[in-house]
Design a protein around this ligand. Sequence first.
Ligand SMILES: Cc1cc2nc3c(=O)[nH]c(=O)nc-3n(C[C@H](O)[C@H](O)[C@H](O)COP(=O)(O)O)c2cc1C
Length: 324
Amino acid sequence: MLQIGNIVISSRCLLAPLAGVSDLPFRLISREHGCEFAYTEMISGRSLVYDSRKTLQMLITSEKDTPLGLQLLGAEPEVLAEATVIAASVKNVRLIDFNAACPVSKVVGKGEGAALMKDPPLFSRILGAIVKNTALPVTVKLRAGWDDSSVNAPDLARRAMDAGVSSVTIHGRTRTQGYQGSVDYAVIRQAKEAISIPLIGSGDALSPALIKQMFDETGCDGVAIARGALGNPWIFHEADLFLREGILPERPSREEVQKVLLKHLEIQCFYFGETRAVVMFRKLFSWYVKSLPNIRKLRERAFRAISKQEMTDLISELTATWIH
Ligand SMILES: Cc1cc2nc3c(=O)[nH]c(=O)nc-3n(C[C@H](O)[C@H](O)[C@H](O)COP(=O)(O)O)c2cc1C
């Protein structure tokens, strides 16, 4: 069980925020496979306040997409305060998360994302402004620090708690590391020890065994699954079972992969319209099939598919004898 503010979920694994990925269809498929709590992709507070059409599209949600955490990105307390009020009014949103973790140059160049780890007073002011403007629980996502010489996640976790935040997520790599190198479990453990609110661990949660390792090494209360869920919604049930009973279920059969691909495509087309959905689906197809043998040609064809029928035909080929 995991409790964040007034949100109680039975699974201790969450779907991490994933820009360009954790949209409504992705969240719905994850939820069908045991994910109880999911985050939206990061959403710019500025775009939200100025209502860009694209921003509102990121906010599409549906009846089954709950409880949902909306992640805000930005560096201006006043704008984020306003964005919080809008975010909290979005259907199904039960929690506001703040991104102080994004390493992308375009983002940190504006003083946003992980750049805020270099400015603890501003970090605290932003969280204070968000907390003050909503009755929903507020959470924050950090990295271990900016670089090796400034690992300050435990200090910032404490600041976040003092600002009234309900849980802290830490990706155990520095901004400089990007996605390279190993995850620093020790810094996550230190942060856990520095706060009395739940801590969610993030980084290399790629398999049930690695997820268990995150819990064991850090004492964290929950784990955010990110790259491990790409083309692999089964990871949620698998991790839960492994954590509860030490059992590793069999990997999904080829027919199961095919079934879920078809459903994902269907939902994607329903929400985004066929043309856009199929283009977006190319990378999803590639993720779902990446561990299958003899798949290179099929993947290449998927990257050229332009219609739902074409994509459906490629999915049917997954059970063809030549890729067994
Ligand atoms: C494609 C992609 C998009 C991401 N987008 C976000 C985002 O919008 N907000 C965020 O806080 N983290 C984002 N992350 C970071 C993940 O949530 C997670 O912390 C990171 O991938 C480490 O976990 P992993 O090693 O298990 O993948 C993203 C990661 C990836 C791979």
